[in-house]
Write a protein of this length. Structure first.
Length: 329
């Protein structure tokens, strides 16, 4: 009986040099594991594909290839290209490992996820402990969003958060345990589970696609596990430019609405919007009364209301209104 095989996917968007570093770290971590690496250039159109392909050839990287997505379809669509590509001989891998282009696994990080899936057949997805360059843990483990988490997250007020703690989306964990969903910086998935539930929903351009995929896996009876012993260093938000956002882009609002409407219905989605607006309004009022600055992006609440009214009435556009990056949440 042969050992299960892994297909590692690294999705690039205009970060060729960093993607090379991520892929190299993955190569080291996969040295004794059966499988391959596929680097997908997500239609960067900046010479990334040529740079990546030349590097792989010049360095003589075996079991590594570079392919083009053919279109800028977003994070989920780009990873789907890699999943559908399969292994280079046309065979199907047993596991799919998704690694962000700004994430660098420790030498044993992939092995730990691989061993976990090999020994726990009830686990469908297994994700790593993510830390920054400063070795401080990033929050990458979460509960599924709900209308009450919309209120808790937007009001950002200690007594309310304490009252609604069981609905709070981020979950701080340090030990291996089941979770609702994981950020996609470093996640290994069973191909059999993807065959059963489908790949990433490509309606999501960016954000909420992992949430939706994990939800479908759990509804089909497969656990999602946070595996603390698998450690990956993650820079975070490099390709998206999220840290420099002055306004939240349209695709975030599109993804949020699609997640709620798809999984709970449009009325539920709009109720979540109303509670978010109430919580956000109360936070603004508290800020004015206390003199504290509001950290919310400018015009966020009015944009949310305008977008979701249009969505409720079927007027909103499902595709982003501007070119946007895909990697690194």
């Amino acid at each position: 009986m042969t050992d299960p095989t892994i297909l590692t996917i690294v999705l690039n968007y205009k970060t060729a040099q960093m993607t090379i570093k991520a892929a190299d770290a993955a190569r080291v971590a996969m040295q004794d594991l059966p499988g391959e690496i596929v680097i997908v250039d997500n239609d960067s159109q900046d010479g990334s594909f040529e740079t990546l392909d030349a590097h792989v050839r010049d360095q003589g990287w075996t079991n590594t290839r570079v392919i083009q997505s053919g279109r800028n379809g977003g994070y989920g669509a780009g990873n789907n290209v890699g999943i559908r590509a399969g292994l280079s001989d046309g065979s199907r891998p047993d596991y799919i490992y998704i690694l962000n282009s700004d994430a660098f696994p420790k030498p044993d990080a992939i092995r730990v996820l691989y061993d976990h899936l090999n020994t726990t057949p009830g686990t469908g997805f297994a994700g790593s402990f993510i830390e920054g360059e400063d070795e401080v843990q990033h929050t990458t483990t979460f509960r599924f969003p709900s209308i009450w988490s919309e209120f808790e997250g937007s009001i950002n007020f200690g007594p309310v958060s304490k009252l609604l703690k069981s609905y709070r989306v981020p979950v701080e964990l340090t030990k291996t345990t089941p979770v609702d969903w994981l950020a996609g910086a470093s996640v290994m998935m069973r191909q059999d589970v993807l065959d059963e539930i489908g790949l990433f929903d490509e309606t999501f351009f960016l954000y909420f696609e992992e949430t939706d995929l994990c939800r479908r896996a759990q509804k089909a009876g497969h656990r999602v596990m946070f595996v603390a012993e698998s450690v990956v260093t993650h820079l975070g938000s490099v390709s998206t430019g999220m840290k420099e956002w002055k306004r939240v882009p349209d695709y975030w609002f599109n993804s949020r609405w699609h997640y709620f409407a798809k999984n709970h219905g449009r009325v539920y989605a709009f109720c979540g919007t109303i509670l978010h607006l109430i919580g956000g309004g109360l936070q603004l009022l508290r800020g004015k009364l206390t003199g504290k600055n509001n950290s919310r992006a400018p015009h966020f609440l009015r944009t949310l209301l305008r977008h979701d009214i249009a969505a409720l009435l079927n007027f909103q556009r499902q595709r982003p209104s501007q070119p946007a990056p895909q990697i690194g949440e």
